[in-house]
Design a protein around this ligand. Sequence first.
Ligand code: HEM
Length: 154
Amino acid sequence: MSGSKPQASLYERLGGVYAIATVVDDFIDRVMGDARLNANPKVDEAHHKVPPPGFKYLVTEMVCWAAGGPQRYTGRTMVDSHRDLGITPKEWEAFLDDLRQSFEKFRVPAAEQTELRAIVQSTYDDIVVGKDPGPSLAPSKAPAGGAKGRQRPR
Ligand code: HEM
């Protein structure tokens, strides 16, 4: 009797693609309709030019992949898809608040919430602008792994 079962992947613990797609569906509806985010005209414009099902598809693919599922993420890097949006730290907080609401709605367990938040947080430096002290003064604080895209060349 070893008592040490191998830990199931985050993907498995979340319930696989159907469970993940259900949470993403709710979450992207919140994000796309969030007045705190759409107050940024670039975000508003971009949110209204992409059809929600395609956006949800790509985010589902990414989350499944980052959680250890068999999917492969086929979308653009986080730098490429967000570089022109000028997303601020405040908007980032609104996005995390939407995420929290979706987690609560579907009662995602605390441990899995923490792991998912770490994945999301690993993309911060690729998505948020306006936190740098100046050109090339800031060392990259990005943690290894997660769902990070390529670094933007400076
Ligand atoms: C405040 C935070 C964020 C805002 C306001 C935001 C907004 C947007 C918008 C407007 C687009 C469409 C861009 C376009 O097609 O021109 C987009 C694309 C995307 N975003 Fe975000 N985003 C945020 C954070 C994140 C995070 C944290 C992730 C993942 C961890 C993410 C994943 C994606 C993906 C997968 C796409 C599709 C990429 C593609 O088109 O190939 N976003 N985002």
